[in-house]
Structures are given as structure tokens and as C-alpha cells.
Design a binder for this molecule. Sequence first.
Ligand code: SAH
Length: 372
Amino acid sequence: MDKNFKEEFRQIIKFEPPLYKQRHQFVKDLVEKYKPKKVADLGCADCSLLWMLKFCSCIEVLAGLDICANVMKEKMHTLSPLPVDYLQPSERSLTVTLHHGSVAHKDPCMLGFDLVTCIELIEHLEESELKKFPEVVFGFMAPSIVVISTPNSEFNCLLPGVMLYRHPDHKFEWSQAEFQSWALETARCYDYSVEFTGVGHPPTGMEKVGFCTQIGVFFRKYPQSAESVQSEKPMEAVYKTVFKAVYPSLKDEKYLQNAVISEVIFTAQIIKHRLMSKHEEYSDDPEKKSKFHLSMDCFSDYLGKLVVEKTMEPFVSGNEVYIPLTTIFSFPKVNRLCGTFEKLCKLIAGKVTLSSDGSAVMFNIEHENEDN
Ligand code: SAH
């Protein structure tokens, strides 16, 4: 390569977005494509990738591992649920855990993952650790997908200020041929296939140097057997758990119950409001007014094409407003939250005022009228 040409690029190479963000985005795109439920990030450092992944709605279990507890602890609070997560619990469940330990050791907490990411990790491993790494990740954890990224040493000549390695803690940096030969051999040994790609494009005219960060995406070739999930495998835990957050979720009965009660009361209030404004239209006809029914046709926007039976129609009787539970159940949000009518009845029992036969939500409008 022409020396002057190289020197010229050293001055101008700047990635936009920054390279670490491109690596994390690469993982996020992969998650969105393959929708893994359980993801482990090895060498998670300051947890920034984990933080980004917690917003991927397919993920139910997120775990991080690093040999340096302090770097993980710096920002681990960003992985805790926020007040809004309690106010509006999500439909999925999510548990985030951080472990302190080495990828050179096996721990049962690392079993059962669908995707394992190792972003800029392997070049930090000592020779002895790198030797054990494939057996731990591909042999023991054996997820369906493994992503490994590492610097491409052929790109270094274009980076300003890089003498030997890009970071003082790097134990090695591989050329494309070196990485690919290690990856292909590892894939062959553990029955995976591997595809090579990268992030950080070389400048025009320098395509031969390849991506700045080289990436191998490994796919397990054999199906997962019950045996390979073996959380029961008798084995000692060697990692130390330093953080665990269980996010509020509607899968948890107590959050579901709160959400259903709020939604039932909210829906009943909307119906009551509509009913009362129609009711007022009959203010000079006491006969009609004392036993007034509201046609559910006026809720067609909410109910879609649902056919509403006559028995579901809310009514006013004297000072009481009755909104049948069947009506409330026919509103999509309540319906989706509860699934079955029986579940709706069970979740609101004793928490919402019902008619004596338990079939309708009941409001007394006497006080409201007095207030008016
Ligand atoms: N994955 C992060 C940063 C990687 S830096 C990112 O994408 O930004 C490498 C990280 O690997 C460091 O935090 C370092 O503490 C960790 N590490 C080094 N050796 C390790 C080992 N044997 N086991 C687990 N983590 C290790």
C-alpha cells in the first residue's frame, strides 16, 4: 500500500455513528431479526449494550458477565425499572441479571440462552482464557446464535495514533485471515456454521483492508435438546451475582389485577358518562328516565364489529347506574388483558362495587346529581 495514501487516511477516518454504537446496533438488528428470548452479553463492561437491549420487546431474560465488577457497577442502576415501568407494566416479563466472573469458567446460570454476544471481548483474553473460551461458550452454553466481534488488525494502518494495538489491554489483534481461521475451526469443532461481516467501512479505494471491526455470527447446526438446557446439571455456581432486577409485568397476577381493575373502572366511567348525557335528554319524561337503557351502538368505535346483545346494554334504574360486566368485557383492552370472562370476574371480585347478583358494575348517581 502506498505510504502517503495511508498517511492521508489516518487524518480523516472518523466513524459516524461511532464504531461502538454501530456494533451495538448490529446486535440490536440481529435481535430484531431472530427474536431471541434469552440473551447473555459476555464482557458486558458498563452494560451499555444490555441497556439498549432491554427495550427489545422479545427479550425476557438478559444477563451480563464481566471479570471486572467495578466497571459493571458504574452504570448498572440504568438497568433498574423506572417508575413508568410500575405505572404501566409491560405484557412481557423481563429479568436482568449481572454476574461477576470469567468466560473461562462454566457456571449453570449461563445455560439456556438463545443468543450470546461477545463484543470486543476475545482480544482482552489471556492465551489460557482464549483456549477455554470455545468450550465454555459453544460447548457448554451452546446457544442457537453467538456473535463475536474483534478488531481487524489490517485496518489499524488507517487509524490515527495506533502503534501496536488499539487498546493497551488487548492481548492480540487478528487479521481477517487469523480471525476467520479461528472462527471456522471453532464452528467445526462445536457443530456451528459461521458467517463473516463487520462494521466500520473502509474508505473508497481501500476496500481490501476490510471492516474496522470484524464480526462472526455463529449458528448452532443441531437442535437444542432438553439435555443441553440442563439447568438441573449438578454443577457448582462460580459466578457472583451482583445485580438482579425483575421488571413489573402483566404476567404477574398482582400487576395484572391492578391493570384490570383500573381498566374496568375507566371503561365503566366512559360508559356511564355517555349514558348520563343521553339520560339527561329525557329530563322532561320521568317515565322513560326512571328506567333508561343505553344502546351500545354508540360504542361501535370502541367495540369494532362486535355484536352486542340486548342483555349487555347498560341502564339506569332510579339512582343506580348498571354497567353489565359482559359489556365491559367486550371492550378490546379489557378483553385482551383478561382473556376470559371468568378471569375478569375473578380479578375484580371484592375490588369493584357490583350489583347484588354480581353481573354489573354499579354506580350510585344520587350524590353526583346533588353535586350538580
Ligand atoms: N462489550 C463491551 C466492552 C468490551 S471491553 C462493549 O461492547 O462495549 C472488554 C470487557 O471484557 C471488559 O469490560 C473486561 O473487563 C471484560 N473481560 C476481560 N476478560 C474477561 C473474562 N475473562 N471474562 C469476562 N469478561 C472479561
